[in-house]
Ligand binder design. Structure first.
Ligand SMILES: CC(C)(COP(=O)(O)OP(=O)(O)OC[C@H]1O[C@@H](n2cnc3c(N)ncnc32)[C@H](O)[C@@H]1OP(=O)(O)O)[C@@H](O)C(=O)NCCC(=O)NCCS
Length: 145
């Protein structure tokens, strides 16, 4: 079964809380890291966008508005058992359209080096040099909307 179309996960909803578990499993646990409570509470003013399969959140990303023009895409995670099936692509495409409707002009992100081919396939460009974040190599990327 494939997940439903992407949707906004309201802050504090069951699904938004569940999406933290998915982010932990996919993005933090493999690095031996946890979320600090402060880190999560700061996300109240970010958009949380997810995809649901049955009663499970199987994909999530966050969008943080940086200014009138720019959103930062962060915490992009697809359930490990469902990766490579086009779900990440659908979630990112939906989020781009969402940003356009907000009048934003650019999406920027810090891509893990391992995810760079994914963003390149979606038309994002590499910006600048490699740097380290959460202990692993990243590269800044962006898409003009
Ligand atoms: C990276 C991630 C979000 C991609 O989501 P996904 O659902 O697995 O990717 P999709 O199946 O939608 O792939 C979309 C396109 O990217 C390509 N792609 C995805 N991962 C790729 C990889 N590692 N190398 C090369 N190409 C890749 C696919 O081939 C596909 O191309 P196509 O449209 O021409 O067929 C997901 O694999 C994931 O959660 N990974 C672990 C966490 C992570 O790295 N998150 C990103 C942090 S910046």
């Amino acid at each position: 079964m494939m997940p439903s179309t992407p949707q906004i996960l309201e802050w504090g909803s069951k699904q938004q809380v569940q999406s933290i578990g998915l982010r932990y499993e996919v993005l933090r646990k493999p690095l031996g890291l946890f979320f600090a409570p402060d880190e999560l509470s700061e996300e109240v003013d970010q958009w949380h966008i997810g995809m649901i399969n049955g009663d499970r959140v199987v994909a999530v990303l966050l969008l943080k508005k940086m200014n009138d023009r720019i959103a930062k895409m962060r915490q992009v995670a697809v359930d490990e058992t469902l990766q490579g099936k086009g779900i990440g692509k659908e979630l990112v495409r939906f989020s781009e359209e969402f940003c356009r409707r907000q009048g934003l002009e650019l999406i920027e992100l810090h891509a893990r080096k391992t995810a760079v081919p994914f963003y390149l396939s979606l038309g994002y460009s590499l910006i600048g040099d490699e740097f380290e974040e959460v202990g692993i190599p990243h590269i800044k990327m962006a898409l003009q909307l």
